[in-house]
Design a protein around this ligand. Sequence first.
Ligand code: ATP
Length: 539
Amino acid sequence: MPTKIDMAKFAKFCKDMGFIYQSSEIYGGINGFWDYGPLGVELKKNIKEAWWQDMVRNPPPGPDGQEIRMVGLDCAIIMNPKVWVASGHVGGFADPMMDCKASKKRYRADQLEALSADAGGKTVYFAYPKGDDEAQKVAGKKAKKANAKPGATVAVMSIPDLIAALPIIVGPDVEEAGTLTEPRAFNLMFESHAGPIASEENKVYLRPETAQGIFANYRNVLDSTRLKLPFGIAQVGKAFRNEINPRNFTFRSREFEQMEIEFFCHPAESMKWYEYWRDLRKKWYSTLGVKSENLVPREQGKEELAHYSIGTTDIEYMFPFSDEPQELEGVAHRGDFDLKAHSAPPPKGSGNDKLNYFDEERWNADSAGRSTNSFKEWLKTSPPAADVEKYQFTPHVIEPSAGADRFTLAVLCEAYTEDEVPDAKGNKETRVVMKFHPRLAPIKAAIFPLVNKDGMPEKAMALYRSLKPHFNVFFDDKGAVGRRYRRQDEAGTPFCITIDGDTLKDDTVTIRDRDTLKQERVPISQVRATIERALTPGC
Ligand code: ATP
């Protein structure tokens, strides 16, 4: 992988192995919701822990070799709904919108009508905005030009019909079919009510991203930590989006987890930090075993950028269900959009004017020749705005925003391998092996007594117990050793440790490497260190 595979077959493998199950399957399932089984939950936990360790606790030095200051947060999923007004998630855009990839125009899906036409036995739709006579005429002309025999006028199609017909719809401002994207509601938020009464005033939302909890706590974090710019705040947590068309296994779900960083910096240094995070985030995936040819960083074109964004790079992955790389993570330069939005006066923002930054060091350094050392007093002298902004300004924000579930899916796809190995009789047999990076592998090592006698089970159990406090290890004394190896290969366990007759004599065991199949004899006392070495970040 990831060569093209049948995702239904792959989903079945994931289910059979206990990686991922369809949520509420016994009731027929529910579209867009997934559960992680015994192996899946370990894999996803390892992914989130690796991210936290490498980005929050131990990020590499910054662009000038400086230490990076990162702290974490864990915010409530439900926030004051005003947060979502300020962020722009609640607004006039609750309608399903379609974008045209060629013209870059956006249309309301529930307002597109079409002329159907028969082009050489094939149906084509020429779309135009409902009620726009001029556009309707243009659609008619386009049909004529394509030598298509006019059919009936199709009033607004249902969303599923629209999705099904996308490849044969010619958008209003283009000549070719297939350039319209699927309809997506701008406001994808799930609603609920806080309190016993389901009234408009009690309406709340399940957060569609974790980022806003970070912006809403920016001042709290500054006050409680006394951090100085630049610094980052990180959060891992659930997000919910009522996607119109969840698909491609867990890729587009309605409930998922994000791993987000908001990195606050001086505006003048923001491009440097944007490049730093863009490069670091791509590299991170490679250090966890994703082949670089499957990872594609894609700088968004100017026309694609969100209105507030100065630059965005999508880190994309060649998922095996698609010909095109798909987004794993977005690294966005968000400027000062979010902090400014939250500090705007009500009803649009909170009115909190403290969502800025006072550069005390610079203020003190420039004290020569100033009549007062109090910034407040100095402001009363009406200094020019440019001078004030030298000391007090709204930081710029770089946002690397990754999906824990999307990366879990990418890791599963990347790890899945079929190869041939010799069986007990030396014949070739096909095995499925999940080649997880050891840091991400759900089980780090399996411990086998070769046979269930002669003191081997007791010795094996003692080793298992000594490793258990440190790693997720598995004890297996059932069946032939060859079969036990296969089971662990399918689970992606990097090491299988066998206790045999020699162990009882000289306290050594064999460690079998999942990928090379090499068996090495090592003293029992070194088993823990061997596993630890493989789990060291960067290895
Ligand atoms: P997409 O264009 O694929 O919908 P997005 O640009 O809306 O994604 P962001 O808002 O930037 O996504 O969210 C950051 C990350 O969260 C994405 O890169 C992705 O990994 C994850 N993510 C977003 N939507 C979903 C979803 N519906 N299911 C699973 N993961 C998601």
